[in-house]
Design a protein around this ligand. Structure first.
Ligand SMILES: Nc1ncnc2c1ncn2[C@@H]1O[C@H](COP(=O)(O)OP(=O)(O)O)[C@@H](O)[C@H]1O
Ligand SMILES: [Mg+2]
Length: 302
């Protein structure tokens, strides 16, 4: 029997959150110990040095603070997978979630409702609008540089505002059809193949964007079944093991607005212990994956 297979059978695998910071979410996940063995938060380089075949790594690299791309370390997640570590939220998931253009493509492929999204490259002429749009970075977060453009004049103004941004020069901007804002959205937390928590985010007074970083507030909520179903489909479209799915209410349902591959969550997301729920849902998904090996598990045994 090969060493990796022995380790998987005779000792619990080590679990690592691969991330650059000790956030409340990262520490909560480590304390809940998915897999039941030792657990730690490791940087990508530390994970490469510490983890062995059969261990579990959860990729939680975020977008960069200048919203010009993903934090360094995707390469390390790829190398971990190649060396036999079971990588949850692998580079493909993080890229699909963090790059809103890829999100739009993957959700469209799986028939998940999402507003029409177009790429505008530097130097492109602003298109003639057939309705209000939102201009935003491809790798955005915290509501940063997200502009509402109700007409051509506002679009030109938004383009002028982002024209000096590094992210705009390297990636261009996205133009997304506006979903008429109702003052709140729903974030549903998916772990493994289960919904384990959710929150309603209410926009601050006078603000149309719901981000907590822009003064939005979190309210406890129980997600309706149709939202849970959509969240599971959106997470599956990205191959995500732990993602937050943001949804906006529309007449008769929801549209998925974005996927958060390094989602931050707090005890407010569930009435029980949300970190323990995440860990146990990951345990159940791992048990299923080991019974029905997919490409990642086959790699872990090679
Ligand atoms: N197409 C849209 N329609 C309606 N509201 C939007 C749209 N795009 C963004 N918003 C609002 O702006 C906020 C930030 O946009 P989002 O795409 O989630 O970027 P970020 O990654 O910065 O959070 C959202 O939470 C939502 O309230
Ligand atoms: Mg958002």
């Amino acid at each position: 029997m090969r060493a990796s297979a022995k380790r998987a059978i005779f000792s619990a695998p080590m679990f690592a959150v691969v991330a650059h910071r000790d956030t409340e979410t990262n520490l909560g996940l480590v304390a809940a110990r998915p897999g039941g063995g030792a657990a730690a938060r490791l940087t990508p380089a530390e994970a490469l040095a510490v983890l062995n075949p059969g261990d579990i790594a959860l990729g939680r690299l975020d977008v960069r603070s200048d919203v010009a791309g993903v934090e360094p370390g995707l390469w390390a997640l790829g190398r971990l997978a190649a060396s036999g570590v079971l990588v949850l939220n692998p580079p493909s998931t993080l890229l699909t979630a963090h790059d809103k253009l890829l999100t739009a493509r993957e959700l469209a492929r799986d028939g998940v409702p999402h507003p029409r999204t177009r790429l505008l490259l530097p130097g492109d002429e602003a298109p003639w609008l057939d309705g209000p749009v939102v201009l935003k970075p491809r790798f955005g977060s915290w509501g940063r540089d997200v502009h509402l453009c109700r007409d051509q004049v506002e679009l030109e103004r938004a383009l002028a505002a982002v024209s000096e941004r590094r992210w705009f020069a390297s990636q261009g901007a996205l133009l997304q059809d506006l979903v008429p804002p109702l003052g709140y959205d729903l974030r549903v937390l998916v772990a493994g193949r289960e919904v384990i928590g959710s929150i309603r985010r209410r926009a601050a007074a006078g603000e149309w964007r719901t981000n907590v970083a822009l003064g939005g507030t979190r309210e406890p909520t129980t997600p309706p079944p149709d939202a849970c179903e959509l969240a599971l489909a959106a997470a599956a479209a990205a191959g995500g093991s732990l993602v937050g799915v943001d949804m906006l209410p529309v007449d008769g349902g929801w549209v998925v607005l974005e996927l958060n591959g390094a989602v931050d969550f707090t005890p407010a997301y569930a009435s029980g212990d949300v970190f323990n729920s995440a860990a146990r849902a990951l345990d159940r998904a791992l048990a299923v994956a080991l019974r029905e090996p997919g490409p990642e598990v086959v790699a872990a045994e090679a």
